[in-house]
Design a protein around this ligand. Structure first.
Ligand code: BDR
Ligand code: CA
Length: 326
């Protein structure tokens, strides 16, 4: 029986696609809405990817197209990381589902108002839509049950600039507005930064286990994930990490659903907007020098092997259950 209603704002995206497949496969998750925001590739492509994946995964929820561009800076895209379509080497069929006509920001607001205190929200891409939604409904932090974010680099190098992480670097002003708006919210947002997500390393063994899913589930999304992951491995190898992939979004997603696989610690975090070398850096005040109350819970102490086992087991069981066409 579905019991955890989730609103997901993301930019699929290879690891976003894995996260969505996990959510669709998880027996206790209800996907209440999806919002695709330009990030890994442009907004039209991520929206298309979301529509196709949702159809293949049997997701019945509104799927809105997010903002065309970040609040202030020019858009940037990561097709070197995620492939020209956003899903690596995978070839997706044409979309059948129609998108929701509302803007991404409006869908945030409508869903949160319709179910006050119930929705667990997950941001796996840039924060543009959520920042715009806060302009429509400043009470959002009190209307949501919790907010979970994949973003930032706390005590860790960046993966975009030397000190900045992708989801924050694409729209630093939006991320900063979100952190300010959620300061003092009944539940602090949970921030899964690179410090946590890069503890998860997919190796050839993990890839083999995804390949096995193709055989055992016969689900078309399993093949899509394998083809997507091969591209992710190739990118990481070309970037000097060897034959592996950092797979960020699914860890934050699984923690949002289960509360498991990592601990959290409170921290005051802000986003650098003005730095000439460090724009987009998430700065954490570990020693309390600012004298501010912590405004986020940072994911820490990741149990990566357990998480990967849980992810694969959930996909194994759930893809069989939700499979529609083979
Ligand atoms: C984040 O950036 C994107 O490329 C990934 O999908 C993930 O959300 C990691 O920095
Ligand atoms: Ca993402």
């Amino acid at each position: 029986m579905a019991s955890i209603p989730l609103l997901v704002d993301f930019d699929p995206g290879i690891d976003d696609a894995i996260a969505l497949s996990y959510l669709a496969a998880h027996p206790e998750v209800e996907i209440a809405g999806l919002i695709a925001t330009g990030g890994n590739v442009e907004v039209g492509l991520v929206h298309r990817n979301a529509l196709v994946l949702a159809e293949l995964l049997g997701i019945d929820a509104p799927i809105a197209r997010g903002a065309e561009r970040p609040l202030v800076q020019e858009p940037m895209y990561a097709d070197d990381t995620h492939g020209p379509s956003g899903i690596g080497h995978a070839k997706l069929p044409e979309p059948i589902l129609a998108g929701d006509p509302r803007s991404g920001a409006q869908l945030w607001v409508d869903l949160a108002r319709a179910r006050p205190g119930e929705l667990v929200a997950l941001v796996l891409g840039p924060h543009t839509n959520l920042a715009l939604a806060l302009e429509i409904e400043p009470e959002l932090p009190r209307l949501l049950k919790r907010l979970h974010i994949m973003g930032g680099a706390i005590n860790h190098r960046g993966n975009t600039g030397p000190t900045s992480e992708w989801n924050i670097a694409v729209d630093p002003e939006a991320a900063q507005r979100v952190l300010v708006a959620f300061t003092g919210a009944p539940q602090r947002p949970v921030l899964g930064s690179l410090e946590a997500t890069e503890a998860v390393r997919f190796t050839q063994d993990t890839l083999d286990r995804f390949v096995a899913l193709v055989e055992t589930t016969g689900h078309p999304v399993a093949q899509i994930l394998v083809d997507a992951l091969r591209f992710y491995f190739e990118f990481h190898e070309a970037d000097g990490f060897g034959w592996m992939a950092h797979v960020h979004d699914p860890l934050v997603t699984a923690h949002a659903v289960t509360g498991d696989f990592a601990a959290t610690r409170p921290l005051a975090v802000d986003v650098e907007l003005a730095g000439t070398l460090t724009r987009g850096q998430t700065v954490g005040d570990e020693l309390g020098r600012w004298g501010r109350e912590p405004n986020v819970e940072v994911l820490t102490d990741v149990r990566a092997a357990e998480f990967i086992g849980h992810l694969l087991e959930t996909l194994q069981n759930g893809l069989v259950r939700t499979g529609r066409r083979g």
